[in-house]
Design a protein around this ligand. Structure first.
Ligand SMILES: *[C@@H]1O[C@H](CO)[C@@H](O)[C@H](O)[C@H]1NC(C)=O
Ligand SMILES: *[C@@H]1O[C@H](CO)[C@@H](O)[C@H](O)[C@H]1NC(C)=O
Ligand SMILES: *[C@@H]1O[C@H](CO)[C@@H](O)[C@H](O)[C@H]1NC(C)=O
Length: 335
């Protein structure tokens, strides 16, 4: 028994010895591979007017390790899907603010003051998004230089610090999706700043006084840290799931909008939609959101189907109007 144990121990040691990960520690003259997905070497000057490669570590901000473990600067620009993701994060902030304004102002009917606050939130959001783009490379332009997103773990590099041979952990955490992760924090930060500078002026001009005016500002002060926290933890999941999230939410809210009408016959549904501007705006708003989600989803899965998929945008409305008479709960009682 003892011998068998020793033998097994010996074999295991041997295997782990042959599997031991070999890499050159410290700076090297010629480029050699690093362990882990995100560790790389950057070019450094040695004292003798020549260059060499640094020890394996995280790459400087704005660069990413290539397949031979050299830190190379990211020169690509965000894909359409990346832009849609950023739009989604901006949109979430705006919709949440609008929701706060709606639910905190005393009367639910249309008023110029409430409308003014909606417009103010919209302008703050647009300005903040523009500022966030301007302060990122290329500076002073409404465009971005970014690293390409390859896989989910790119958003969670801190969980992928390699521990070669179990002796030392290499700290290679970095923003591999630069700047898609940090720019959202920057945007929310600037939004809060603009909220403090623009909203009081708007409130003064519109003569919004008292609780209603200040409560929407306080609400936003809770809102943005919460959004930033959610983004900080779930950014990678949201990046892949936002098309489905937006399609689901728009479908649910769309059905809710139609279900809350009093007359459920298809003529009335159709007539109310076309004749009332408010209903028309709500329905078209849902189509835009739904189309946004569909486009993002097809871009991610099957870009060549884009045109065909866009014809599906009004489908939920048609289906609701055509099928609602079959789902009348009264029918089940009479049967
Ligand atoms: C610079 O060159 C000298 C002479 O060739 C050598 O002794 C020294 O180690 C070199 N320094 C570095 C940092 O490579
Ligand atoms: C580096 O090169 C410059 C000019 O090429 C020279 O003046 C300087 O002495 C060199 N330094 C070293 C450490 O070799
Ligand atoms: C990685 O970057 C280094 C330095 O820029 C370059 O020499 C090498 O060819 C690159 N490797 C690949 C696979 O692109």
């Amino acid at each position: 028994m003892g011998r068998l144990f020793l033998f097994t121990f010996f074999v295991v040691c041997n295997i782990s010895f042959t599997l031991a990960y070999y890499y050159e520690k410290g700076p090297v003259k010629s480029l050699s591979k690093c362990p882990g997905y995100y560790c790389g070497r950057s070019l450094i000057e040695d004292g003798n007017n020549s260059t060499m490669w640094s020890a394996c570590s995280s790459c400087p901000r704005g660069s990413r390790t290539n397949s031979t473990s050299a830190c190379t600067e990211c020169e690509s620009s965000p894909t359409v899907y990346d832009w849609m993701y950023l739009c989604f994060m901006v949109l979430i902030g705006l919709l949440a603010q609008w929701y706060c304004i709606d639910s905190m102002t005393p009367s639910s009917e249309f008023s110029l003051k409430t409308f003014g606050m909606h417009v103010s939130a919209l302008i703050e959001t647009i300005l903040s998004a523009c500022f966030s783009l301007l302060v990122h490379e290329p500076y002073g332009q409404l465009s971005l230089k970014s690293c390409a997103v390859v896989q989910l773990s790119d958003w969670y590099t801190v969980l992928h610090n390699p521990n070669p041979n179990y002796d030392e952990v290499l700290h290679c955490a970095q923003e591999a999706v630069y700047p898609l992760y940090s720019i959202v924090f920057v945007h929310y930060g600037i939004s809060v700043f603009l909220l403090f500078t623009i909203r009081p002026i708007v409130n003064k001009v519109l003569k919004n006084k008292g609780h209603a005016a200040s409560r929407t500002i306080y609400a936003a002060l809770y809102l943005f840290p919460i959004l930033a926290f959610i983004h900080g933890i779930t950014a990678g999941l949201i990046y892949y799931a936002f098309p489905s999230i937006i399609i689901l939410l728009s479908l649910m809210s769309h059905a809710f909008h139609f279900a809350s009408r009093t007359d459920q016959s298809w003529r009335a549904l159709l007539y109310d939609t076309v004749s009332c501007v408010h209903n028309l705006v709500v329905v078209i708003g849902h189509w835009v959101l739904h189309g946004f989600g569909l486009v993002a989803l097809t871009l991610w899965l099957q870009p060549e189907l884009l045109a065909a998929v866009l014809t599906l945008v009004p489908l939920p409305t048609l289906l609701y109007i055509v099928l609602c008479r079959f789902t009348d709960p009264g029918k089940f009682h009479s049967d």
